[in-house]
Write a protein of this length. Structure first.
Length: 428
């Protein structure tokens, strides 16, 4: 490995893949250890994504052991199968995650309704990844390709049967020992899917952004109209009666205040869900950005600059790292440690070294990903819950702009969320 770019790629890729595998393990630990996470489809999708990333990151860290001369054709086939299965399944799972966010934010699907799609959102990605990897293995497509074993011709400069059939060579029979027409299968089994997923993620981000902006305009309009004296409707009278039963003194004005603050909380939490969706998509673009640029340059007959090799090697193995940063970003901001490295070590201890944590510390860990799925259904449950407590109403009214924090503390203290529209119960 005398080429400095190859050396830089090897070192950078091992660093990014190690960090990525660690991040995927942290997400896996967070999801599996908490029942409140395990029962949510969104969390299970992230668990599946983390599993795929951990598999690919691990084989990339030890890629020298799989490729010749240290490895042999069987180890090369094994690495190629894992990489093809992991990457294609991961991309399809990213589509599933974006679909889940779209249906919840824009169309208001409940968790119960979302579970009907679970076989399609969770099983189909693995079926697709397994089928493409199995087909590539049976066609003998897995061969040394730059820094790993993947779909590639062997020897690298051999002439495929497709080129011969189109008169692009004087040969009558392909001289490829393995991987005949590998360039075509690279597009059929990977790059076409990669670009389609990228376009779909952009489409989903646009739709969700427009949906949230529309909700913001409605919320602003409601805030203005709510200050005008209106004739009580049947709905507001019903809420007023429920509030009266719960407290004995609440007026219709108090209920209007509750409804206005409920709307603000709903908008804030929906915006946070939108931000999670966008960040996961952006992480996907960062990971596959440089390999896509290199492929486009190659497609249009250009020369790939050597610097793209280490950049592609570093970012393509960092999916789990980006996912972990997005998943734990809200938990990170709530930690009380003074320095960033102390907060990071705290997160690692809570999710990977939890066996060494004290019982009190473990009990106080409220999860990883931001509970931004706690939506307005929490606030609505305060208005409609039978036998709602007086304390809940006065907390909701009396904290002004901190009503969101009040709701979160109520949930963490054991308040139940009856509605399952974007609502995640918080495990004690």
């Amino acid at each position: 490995m005398s080429n400095p770019y190859d050396l830089a790629r090897s070192i950078l890729q091992k660093i990014s893949c190690t960090l990525s595998a660690t991040g995927s393990l942290m997400i896996t630990s967070q999801v599996l250890r908490k029942k409140a996470n395990r029962v949510k489809l969104q969390q299970r999708i992230l668990l599946a994504i983390s599993f795929c990333d951990f598999c690919t990151s691990t084989v990339w860290v030890f890629t020298d052991l799989f490729m010749p001369p240290r490895g042999n054709q069987r180890t090369c086939d094994a690495q190629g199968f894992i990489i093809q299965f992991g990457n294609t399944s991961n991309m399809m799972l990213m589509v599933a995650l974006q679909v889940q966010y779209l249906l919840i934010i824009k169309y208001g699907w409940s968790e119960t309704k979302m579970k009907k799609l679970e076989p399609f959102l969770l099983i189909l990605p693995f079926c697709f990844g397994t089928s493409t990897a199995t087909a590539a293995l049976s066609l003998k497509l897995f061969n040394p390709a730059n820094w790993d074993c993947w779909i590639a011709p062997y020897p690298d400069e051999c002439t495929s049967s497709y080129e011969i059939s189109h008169g692009n060579s004087d040969l009558e029979v392909t001289d490829c020992v393995r991987g005949d027409n590998a360039r075509i299968f690279q597009w059929a089994f990977f790059f076409a899917l990669l670009w389609a997923v990228a376009v779909f993620c952009i489409f989903v981000m646009i739709m969700i952004t427009k949906s949230v902006e529309k909700a913001e305009r409605k919320s602003a309009s409601f805030s203005v109209n709510a200050n005008r004296p209106n004739r009580p409707t049947q709905t507001t009278r019903r809420h007023s009666i429920q509030a009266l039963n719960a407290d004995g003194r609440l007026t219709l004005t108090d209920v209007n205040v509750i409804q206005r603050r409920t709307g603000r909380i709903e908008l804030v939490l929906t915006t946070r869900v939108k931000m999670q969706c966008i960040l996961y998509a952006l992480g996907f673009f960062v990971v596959w950005g440089f390999p896509t640029i290199a492929r486009m340059i190659q497609l249009f007959g250009g020369t790939i600059h050597p610097i793209l090799l280490p950049l592609s090697g570093f970012f393509v193995g960092s999916q789990g790292l980006w996912n972990a940063m997005i998943y734990f970003r809200s938990k990170y901001s709530t930690l009380l440690e003074d320095h960033w490295w102390q907060k990071l070590w705290r997160l690692i201890k809570l999710n990977l070294l939890f066996c060494f944590e004290h019982d009190g510390e473990e009990r106080n860990d409220d999860g990883g990903e931001e509970n931004d799925h706690v939506s307005s259904s929490i606030a609505r449950s305060f208005l409609t819950r039978a036998g709602a407590s007086k304390w809940s109403f006065f907390q909701l009214i009396g904290h002004g702009e901190n009503s969101d924090d009040t709701l979160r503390s109520d949930v963490q203290a054991g308040e139940s969320c009856r509605s399952d529209n974007i609502c995640h119960d918080v495990e004690q």
